[in-house]
Write a new protein. Sequence first.
Length: 114
Amino acid sequence: QVQLVESGGGLVQPGGSLRLSCAASGVIFSISAMSWYRQAPGKQRELVATIPSRDSPTYTASVQGRFTISRDNAKNTVYLQMNSLKPEDTAVYYCLVVARSMYWGQGTQVTVSS
C-alpha cells in the first residue's frame, strides 16, 4: 500500500524559509509528475508547483522566483523549498504523485505570521 508522508511545515515569520518534504512509501511504478498543492481557509485547493519526470518544473505565478520544487527519484521524494514567505502563503500544503494511480499526502500546515 502506497502512502505519502509529508513533513517540514510550521510557523515562520514573513520573509522566512521552510522546506517541505513528501516521501512515498510502498512500491510505485512509473512515477510521472510530482506536485505540490495548497489550500487556504475558505479557498479552493490550488496547484503551486509541478515537476515532471523529464521536463522543467512549472510554478504558479504567485510563487515564481520564491519557491523551488525538486525530486529525488531514488527515494521517491519531492521537496518544496519556500523562501521569502508571505502571509498569503499560509495554507495546508499537499503533495501529489501521479503514476499509474494518483496519490495524495495528508497535508502539512504552513503558517506565515509575525
